[in-house]
Design a protein. Sequence first.
Length: 243
Amino acid sequence: MRALRILLIVVVVLGGLFVAADRLAVNFAEGEVADRLKTTENLAATPDVSINGFPFLTQLAGSTLDDVEVGIKDYEAAAGDGERIRIDDLTANMKGVEFSGDYSSATAASATGTATIAYDELLKAAKSEPTEVAPGVTARVVSLSDGGNGKIKVGLEVEAPVIGTREMSVLSTVSVKGDTVEVRTDSLPDLAGLDLAEDSVREITDFQQAIDDLPGGIQLDKVEAAPNGVEISVQGSNVQLAG
């Protein structure tokens, strides 16, 4: 019985040491991956990285991590024509992350995630300067906000002879087409009773925002209006986590 108790104590101690070593190893690896991501993606701040699953050391021995979560607070993506757009709270869950023997690169078999584009960022893609839609009549987009039921409320300012300057709004649908977020009004506004061509009005109310160069090559999947901005979903395969 005494020998059995000693054996059990040894097993418990060794198990505790293994768990401690495993957690130390995963914490070190998370820091290394975070630093590599900061460098490769040219981030202003170090991202959050969580390597899930236990034990980590057996995953490491097999050169494949089951589940890795990455969180980037602020990310600036290319928006076309040399412009940039800020994406907030980008999170990505990556499955089946394989890394090279020297740990210099890592690729995820698949990835899904979410992020938010604030309305003030998306507004940069709209025509906020007065644009002529008919002789003597100008219009511009002055605000974007949550319109409820998954719609964007687009605030407009119209200026025309006699009526002067008026503000109005329309509800618009937001969607994804390739690498572009598109905003299209559901029904054209009555611009102060003016009889204007649909194409002229849509030049103001409808707009799009390209979003390129997301981390690791992930792509836009879908988008929906929300209280603080548009929420986007992303997905990808063979995503470069580092390298």
